[in-house]
Ligand binder design. Structure first.
Ligand code: NAP
Length: 447
């Protein structure tokens, strides 16, 4: 899969990519049939292909994917208890760049999410859940996803497509407290109200918010855009409102808790005496310079240490460079482009997180992919692309693959894997039981 999105150019396929899906060509009044190669079968790839096919009756689109299963981060990124969302992607994560980041007990959100979602490369992560306190760095929706998975009652998770292995590990988890730590304040959190509300209402887990963090904020958001205002009001209500007797009784029986900590920037993950595991984290306290979204966190000079045996860094995803021939802005983690047209490489386009950076939900990616597809259609219309029959599309790719002894997996192969997963899930009362070992997938389809 292309990093966090899709790029394509007829006839050029990165090594190891396998054919997925090919639309059938139809004779048309649209001129010569362009062969479009989409690299990456995540939402960006599929939405771009869909838009091209819908608006160019003659186009033939091949989608390539490096894994034996399609749908990218729809399958591997979105929280298993959010089947209605299924959304985000990019193949790397931002690093904290602090001492202790590589200690055992410290994981990136990307690998942790990949683990519970059955991403083959993360299936052996085996996160150590033997501590009582976990700390998540970052105040985004991914951080909330992880907190929710760590604290959700097993009875809820069992009904999702979370992998059996992760479910077994979570069943033995000792984690009962999760801190979500942000370097800025309540007015700068990056998560959204739906995800926060879900966390507040999570059965068996009590929110612990410090009222002092929210004093006076009601005034500060009076004129803020509505989503920010409502989100802040929900935090204020949760922090300041005295719970009723019923809530108090329910909370007293609640074994788990979670909370938000603000204006703390990670400085060092502290090791256990033997230097092998994480035992806590040192954070620099910050003050804010400026206001609103653009406020900057500046260290005050004071520090604070917090005990925790599990540290999850959820500070954003990152796309990776695709190929030396494709320009890449390492600072921003994107391919420089204009409406999806890759700068300096005619005929190459990009969409998804590699086009605009790792933000936004699936609808954002959909619109953004349609924008890229529109650029392709416009370029086809003005004759800016070579669509001659010498551009063979999959025909050329297939002979390269054959010469290298690579057997591609077809969409109907995937359908067999899909059916097997659904059948296994049915036995366990889940929508599917994901197969996490690519070798097992290959055996299943007789490769
Ligand atoms: P995000 O929304 O960009 O949040 C990243 C968080 O990490 C921010 O709180 C940010 O704080 C913090 N951060 C960044 N660099 C840091 C550093 N060096 N030190 C400390 N903190 C740092 O990223 P995300 O949570 O990975 O989500 C990615 C996108 O997917 C978002 O658009 C999100 O809404 C979407 N998503 C949606 C859903 C859903 O719809 N349910 C679920 C998951 C993800 P600053 O603001 O201070 O930089």
């Amino acid at each position: 899969m292309a990093p966090g999105g899709a790029c394509w150019r007829g006839g050029v396929v990165p090594r190891g990519f396998k054919r997925w899906l090919s639309s059938s060509s139809s004779s048309s009044s649209y001129g010569p049939a362009p062969r479009v190669c989409v690299v990456g079968s995540g939402p960006a790839g599929f939405y771009t292909a869909q838009h091209i096919l819908k608006h160019h009756g003659g186009a033939q689109v091949d989608i390539y994917e490096k894994l034996p299963v399609p749908f990218g981060l729809v399958r591997f990124g979105v929280a298993p208890d959010h089947p209605e969302v299924k959304s985000y992607g990019a193949e790397d994560n931002r690093v904290l760049g602090i001492p202790g980041e590589n200690l055992s007990g410290v994981y990136s959100a990307r690998e942790f999410v990949g683990w519970y979602n059955g991403l083959p490369e993360n299936r052996d992560l085996k996160p150590d859940l033997s501590c009582e306190t976990a700390l998540i760095l970052g105040h985004g929706n991914v951080a909330l996803d992880i907190a929710r998975i760590l604290l959700s009652p097993l009875s809820l998770l069992r009904k999702t497509d979370i992998t059996d292995g992760s479910l077994a590990a979570l069943a033995c988890s000792k984690v009962k407290r999760v801190w979500l730590v942000g370097r800025r304040g309540p007015l700068q959190v990056a998560f959204t109200i739906k995800e926060l509300r879900e966390m507040i209402n999570l059965p068996g887990a009590r929110p612990v918010l410090n009222p002092a963090d929210f004093m006076g904020l009601e005034n500060a958001v009076k004129d803020a855009p509505r989503p920010r205002k409502r989100l802040t009001e929900l935090m204020i209500k949760t922090a300041l409102e005295k719970p009723g007797e019923k809530t108090l009784a329910a909370q007293a029986a609640t074994p788990r808790e979670w909370g938000l900590k603000f204006q703390r920037s990670p400085q060092e993950v502290l090791p256990t005496a033997d230097g092998r595991r994480a035992r806590g984290i040192r954070m620099a306290l910050t003050r804010l310079e400026g206001s609103g979204d653009s406020a900057k966190a500046v260290a005050t000079g004071d520090v604070e240490e917090l005990e925790c045996g599990l540290v999850l860094s959820s500070i954003g995803y990152r796309s990776l460079p695709l190929d030396p021939a494709v320009p890449f802005d390492t600072q921003r983690g994107i391919i420089p482009n204009s409406s999806g047209r890759v700068e300096g490489v005619p005929g190459l386009y990009c969409s998804g997180w590699v086009k605009r950076g790792p933000t936004g939900v699936i609808i954002t990616t959909m619109n953004d992919s349609f924008d890229t597809a529109q650029s392709v259609l416009e370029d086809l219309q003005v004759g800016a692309l070579d669509v001659s029959t010498s551009r063979e599309g999959f025909g050329a790719v297939e002979s390269i693959l054959r010469s290298r002894g690579v057997r591609p997996i077809s969409f109907s192969d995937w359908e067999k894997i899909d059916a097997a997963e659904v059948a296994r899930g049915k036995a366990a009362g889940k929508p599917r039981e994901k197969i996490v070992d690519p070798q097992e997938m290959l055996r299943l389809i007789g490769h």
